[in-house]
Structures are given as structure tokens and as C-alpha cells.
Design a protein around this ligand. Structure first.
Ligand code: IVH
Length: 695
């Protein structure tokens, strides 16, 4: 696992002035963070800054400034006037496995014995609250404030899921935990805010902070509580305490994949930290670290607490997934289907170890909703393999030098008009605007797989007027090809042979080659397997399309309109005999009465529901690089193989996954499968299982 703080940021402070500057910056950032959750610094930057300040203070103890954020809960920034029953403490941080080991060794030295057991749990990225219950009824909810006194936010409690009005038993207890917006709640919140003319939240934490304090809003934003501590339930070890909180009816992380786990040794705890870190991108809420706690009450009591944090718990911080950087410009790119998509050009910023220079901006309406301007300081989010996205500008950071984003008036590629009737703008020529891109895509390895039809050839063919769409490829003659630059007889014959082979590609691949919006490789195979022939697909109405696994009514409508758009192309492809070949017997399924029914003209690829094969009824995920007999197979070819063998190929591991094929360098999917008890198989073993379906 990567360590959290980048070394460049933790550079030593060289002078009293640099130290004073660093203190001032940290105090400002902490104040902004605890006011509305928005901070001019990324989390990594803030942590690194405070560490530099701490290092300076260790070297120069007589120069420590009174306003320094070190050693203070919430960096000394927070306010509130309701005293806490027991101080609400913060946590110390470690940034690597070595630092965690050193921390644990220190704790064991203090105890004079090994820690009995550890409890490892997610560090939820929200706001700490204390919820007071009397006789099982919720009476008051407080923020952490400065740790000694917090703000009363009881009014916000009914919008917090997982923090019940009444507990399952009439106990007097104070539950402590984190309130946050799950990713889904964040999206919902921003949709409802923009619908009400409010600016969207910059990120989930600022949204949670703003929502807990908001008064008289015309709309409701739901949040979620995760309990991680309680006062009034004495004598329980930590894992047992969490179970008791859940038993009383409050939410905990127990039901999530990152559930708290009791670990006998630090090595085991370290492994669970790595697992939780690997699951991070797929969790439905944000975490900014993993918390390691001594599980036994006896150990906790013996260790005690400092003024700011307990000595028996520590946060192993993870790299931040949000960073703040500057929006330098916006580019407008025309895609294969004529969609004109905006892309943010950023001042390069490292997020989770990757330099991010571009980020998606979805569509023009989205830019307007977010109120973005060129020159803005913006929040950028990147997690796992997702495409980085710009979330929102830091409006309070504006200098006045920001400029509006110019929207294109004509298609930036061909200069023709733009259809702005949908959220996503599109060149009025549609696919015709980007014929070259369409042809290259159609000829690609996972579609028609036409060798020798790469970028240069496609450009030549289109510019020479020989190819205006995909169907034209199949009418090309040797004489026509020979008129092209650098096209000898051998190359021409090879290309013609490759095109000839493409004519007989299975239906799923031909359908995919069309580049129908809303359908990729997997969906194309499913549609092919479901309908069996291009004629059956074309005859389908929205309802019939929506019956395909994974196509909802919305996508069915899009696919239908796309099919109408390419109707002429489909006619010509049919004339050329493309997509009509049957390379395998049509899949047969039985209807409820048990009568065999053909799936249509030619389900050349993919199996219909219930088809026989070693993987019948199984949902299979592939991860890592394949070896042995599978070494040459692309991910798409692996998925085709799975479907030929009767299974369903899926890209993410869940409780419903029947099997994970894990090759070399398998990462988070393997961890998740092991976590969920999903069987894992090596490529060689899998190849043996599906041998009859290979090639
Ligand atoms: S334990 C005495 N457990 O992180 C107990 N805190 O950076 C101290 N947090 O103030 C807190 N998830 O707001 C604990 N599983 C977890 C947590 C957690 C998130 C927050 C909490 C705390 C902050 C410290």
C-alpha cells in the first residue's frame, strides 16, 4: 500500500518566518474546514503542513506560537457552547506500516505487556457527532466543536439515517460516530440543490458539514450515521461495544465490506488495513484512513488518553482522493458518435500517486450548474480506476481574475451546427462528423478485428472518399485499394482478406462495431444473445429491449433511437451479409412450459439464459493478467469465453459472484473475493475447466 504524505510536502521549515507562515496557513485551513468543510488545502497538504510545523516546534520549543494548531483538537478552530459529557477526542496519525509498528511498540512499552487484540475499522470521512439518548429516546445531538463543547445540531437529526429517534432498549447512552453523505446521498443532494438554484456541494464532507448546520432549507438532504464509540455501556471491549451499538438499532460499519475486524496480531491488523484500503474505491462512502484500536477495555484504560487523542487508538491515513488545483482551461472534443464533450485542463496535481492533468466535466449544463470559471481553484476527485472529475469551484478563493468558460457555437471538428436539445451536445452530423473514429473503432480488436486497418489507413480511406461509413468497407475493391499511397498488392490482398473474415464475425461483435451509444462490448453480447439476429434486434421495441439483462427503460429508449439513426447503415450491412453468419448453433432455452424455443436466427456468440456449459448459471469475474492457454486473450475475449461456456461475465466482485479468475498482479478484486468468500481460480485451472470452449 502506498504511504500517505508526499515527501515534497513535508519539507522542513527553514526559518522562523517560514514557520509562522505555515502556522498561519494551517490555522486558516482548519478554520475553513471546521466552518463548512471546504478547505483551500487538500487533506494530504494539510497533514504534511502540520507535520512540518510539529517538526519545527520539536527543534525550536521556545519559538512555538500560541495559535499553532499542533496538539489542539480540530486544529483549535472549532466552536460550540454545549459541554461534552466526556471530551470528544481526535486521533493521532501514522502514514506508513513502519510508523504504525513504531506506534504499537510504544503503546506496548507503556502497557508493559503485549496488546491483547486489535480492532481495525474504516476511518469514515465525515463529521464527528455525539448523540445523547435518555431511556432510549434521542434527546440531543452535538458536533465535536473544540472537543470540550460542541454545537447543538439536534434539529438536523431526523435527516440522519442510522441514528434512530428511539433505540431498541430504554437505555441512557451517548453514541458517538461519524455523520457523512454516502456517494449516493452526495449525488442526490447535489441534484436537489441545483434544482433549487443552490450551488452544488464541493465534496461529501463539506456537504455533510453544511447540511448539519443548515437552517430553514426548502429541501431535505439525507445523511448517514456510523457509530464507532459509546459512553454509558461500560465494560465492553471495542468489537463487542460496536456489536452492542448495532443491537440497539444504530448504524455501524459492520454491514459494509470494510466492517470492523478484531485481529489477534499487528500483522493481521496490517493485512486488514491493506484489505480495507484496497476496497476503498468500491465502498459506497468516503474513507480517509483506517483506524487501529486496542480492543480490550483493560488495555484502553491502562493506556489512557492525552489532551488531544487516546493513546490506545491511531489513524493510519490513506492518500487523499480529493485535491485542490487550478482549472486552466476547457477543451471540447468530438467523440465517435458526434458527442461534443468538455474536458477540464488542470494545473497538474498528484492524487493517490497519479498525476492528474485532465478531468471530466460531463456536459455544458453540468458546467453551468457547478458555476465553474477558468482560473478557479477546484476540487478534483479521483478514486481507483475512475476517470478524475472536477467537483466544484472554491468560490471563496476567487480573486476576480477568473474568466467565464466559452461554450462552442459550432462543432469544433467540422464547423457544422450543434444540436443542443439534449444535455450532451452533439454535432448535427452525428456519426458522420467522426467517420474516421467510427471506422477505427469498428475495426478494433474487440469488434470486427480487421488487421491492417489502423489510424493511417482509415484516414486515407475516408479522405479518398472510398469509405463514408462502416458498410463501405465491405464494398472495397482491390483496384480501389491500389490507388492509395503506400498500398502495394500484398497489403491490399491482406486487407481484403481481413475484411472478408470480418464479414463473418459473430453478431455481438458486429453490433458492438456499430458504436451504439449506451452499449459497450458486454451489453452488445447480451443483446446479441438475447435476440439472436440483427433482424430480431431491429424489430424489438423499447419494452423488448428493456428485457435484456442490464438495460433499463432509459437505456432501451436510447438504444432504440440509435438503431433508428443507423437504419440505413444496417440495411447496407445486411446487403453485404455482415452480421448474419452463424458460427455456433443458436442458443436454446426453454419457456416456462418447458417447450424448447429457438433464441432466433443465429445467436452466434454468448449463451442465452440457462444454456448448458460448465459455467451455467455462474457469474464470473476476471482480474489480473492471464497466463498459459489464456495468455493471448483480451479481457473481451475472456468474457466471450465465459459466455460461450454458459456463464455470465461481470466486471465487479459482489456477493453474487460465483467465481473469480485471478491472474498475476490481481489487486483489490482478489482481496474483495477473499473477503466475501468467493472462490478464486488461477488462469491455468480455469482454462482446464472451459477447455472445450477455447479457441
Ligand atoms: S475513534 C476516542 N473511530 O476521525 C475515540 N474516529 O481524525 C476517537 N473518525 O474525531 C475517535 N472514523 O471524527 C474513531 N472508526 C473511527 C472513526 C473516527 C472516523 C473520525 C472522528 C475523529 C477523527 C480523528
Amino acid at each position: 500500500m502506498k504511504d500517505a504524505a508526499s515527501p515534497a510536502l513535508s519539507a522542513a521549515l527553514a526559518s522562523p518566518e517560514a514557520y509562522a507562515d505555515a502556522v498561519a496557513t494551517a490555522v486558516r485551513a482548519a478554520a475553513a474546514y471546521y466552518a463548512d468543510g471546504a478547505t483551500p488545502l487538500g487533506d494530504d497538504e494539510y497533514d504534511a503542513l502540520v507535520r512540518a510545523v510539529e517538526a519545527y516546534e520539536r527543534e525550536h520549543p521556545d519559538e512555538v506560537l500560541p495559535e499553532s494548531p499542533t496538539g489542539k483538537v480540530a486544529g483549535g478552530a472549532a466552536v460550540g457552547d454545549v459541554p461534552h459529557s466526556v471530551p470528544m477526542l481526535s486521533l493521532g496519525n501514522v502514514f506508513s506500516a513502519e510508523e504504525l509498528e513504531a506506534w504499537a511498540a510504544g503503546l506496548e512499552r507503556r502497557l508493559g505487556r503485549p496488546v491483547a487484540a486489535w480492532c481495525v475499522e474504516p476511518k469514515l470521512d465525515g463529521l464527528a457527532v455525539a448523540a445523547r439518548y435518555r431511556a432510549g429516546r434521542l434527546t440531543q445531538v452535538l458536533t465535536r466543536g473544540d472537543g470540550l463543547a460542541g454545537e447543538d445540531i439536534t434539529a438536523a437529526a431526523d435527516a440522519v439515517l442510522g441514528l434512530p429517534e428511539r433505540l431498541a432498549e430504554p437505555v441512557d447512552v451517548e453514541l458517538r460516530g461519524e455523520v457523512l453523505l454516502t456517494h449516493e446521498q452526495f449525488e442526490q443532494a447535489n441534484a436537489v440543490r441545483t434544482a433549487h438554484g443552490a450551488t452544488p456541494f464541493a465534496h461529501p464532507r463539506s456537504g455533510a458539514a453544511g447540511t448539519l448546520r443548515a437552517k430553514d432549507r426548502a429541501y431535505r438532504v439525507e445523511l448517514t450515521f456510523f457509530g464507532y464509540d459509546a459512553h454509558g455501556l461500560p465494560g465492553l471491549d471495542h468489537a463487542a461495544l460496536l456489536a452492542r451499538i448495532a443491537e440497539l438499532g444504530a448504524n455501524t460499519a459492520a454491514a459494509t465490506e470494510a466492517a470492523p475486524r478484531r485481529c489477534a496480531t499487528l500483522a493481521e491488523a496490517q493485512q486488514r488495513i491493506d484489505e480495507i484500503a484496497a476496497l476503498r474505491a468500491e465502498l459506497p462512502f468516503g474513507i480517509d484512513g483506517v483506524v487501529v484500536k486496542a480492543d480490550a477495555v483493560a488495555d484502553q484504560e491502562a493506556a489512557g488518553s492525552g489532551s488531544r487523542a487516546p493513546r490506545w487508538a491511531v489513524a493510519r491515513k490513506l492518500q487523499a482522493q480529493h485535491q485542490v488545483t487550478t482549472l486552466l482551461g476547457v477543451e471540447w472534443n468530438v467523440g465517435r458518435t458526434g458527442i461534443i464533450a468538455p474536458r477540464a485542463v488542470l494545473d497538474p496535481v498528484v492524487i493517490d500517486g497519479v498525476t492528474v492533468t485532465y478531468a471530466t466535466l460531463h456536459n455544458p449544463a453540468d458546467i453551468e450548474r457547478r458555476g465553474l470559471m477558468i482560473g478557479d481553484r477546484v476540487f478534483v476527485y479521483r478514486a481507483g480506476d475512475v476517470i478524475p472529475r472536477v467537483e466544484a469551484p472554491l468560490v471563496e478563493e476567487r480573486t476576480g481574475a477568473e474568466r467565464p468558460i466559452a461554450f462552442p457555437e459550432v462543432c469544433p471538428r467540422c464547423g457544422d451546427a450543434i444540436d443542443t436539445s439534449e444535455q450532451r451536445w452533439r454535432c448535427v452530423r452525428g456519426r458522420g462528423c467522426q467517420v474516421v473514429a467510427s471506422v477505427i473503432y469498428a475495426a478494433g480488436r474487440d469488434q470486427l478485428d480487421i488487421e491492417g486497418l489502423g489510424g493511417t489507413r482509415a484516414v486515407q480511406l475516408v479522405e479518398a472518399g472510398l469509405v463514408g461509413d462502416l458498410a463501405d468497407l465491405f464494398t472495397l475493391t482491390r483496384e480501389q485499394l491500389l490507388t492509395l499511397d503506400r498500398m502495394g498488392e500484398t497489403s491490399a490482398d491482406k486487407l481484403l482478406a481481413a475484411i472478408e473474415t470480418a464479414r463473418t464475425r459473430p453478431l455481438g461483435r458486429v453490433f458492438c462495431a456499430l458504436g451504439i451509444r449506451g452499449t459497450g462490448r458486454t451489453m452488445s453480447r447480451r443483446i446479441a444473445a438475447h435476440f439472436g439476429s440483427m433482424a430480431a434486434i431491429r424489430a424489438a421495441d423499447a419494452q423488448a429491449l428493456a428485457a435484456v439483462d442490464g438495460i433499463g427503460t432509459e437505456k432501451a429508449a436510447l438504444v432504440l433511437s440509435e438503431l433508428a439513426e443507423v437504419a440505413a447503415l444496417l440495411d447496407r450491412l445486411a446487403e453485404q451479409g455482415v452480421g448474419t453468419a452463424v458460427t455456433e448453433p443458436p442458443a436454446v432455452r426453454t419457456n416456462p412450459e418447458g417447450v424448447a424455443e429457438g433464441a432466433g436466427g443465429g445467436a452466434a456468440d454468448g449463451a442465452a439464459d440457462g444454456a448448458a456449459g460448465p459455467l451455467a448459471g455462474q457469474s464470473v469475474v476476471v482480474t489480473g493478467s492471464m497466463t498459459g492457454a489464456l495468455a493471448e486473450l483480451s479481457r473481451n475475449a475472456m468474457n466471450e469465453l465465459i459466455e460461450r461456456a454458459g456463464g455470465k461475465a461481470s466486471s465487479s466482485v459482489s456477493k453474487r459472484t460465483s467465481l473469480l479468475v485471478a491472474g498475476e498482479k490481481a489487486g483489490s478484486k482478489r482481496a474483495k473475493a477473499e473477503e466475501l468468500g468467493v472462490p478464486v481460480m488461477a488462469p491455468e485451472e480455469f482454462a482446464e475447466l472451459v477447455r472445450g470452449f477455447l479457441g
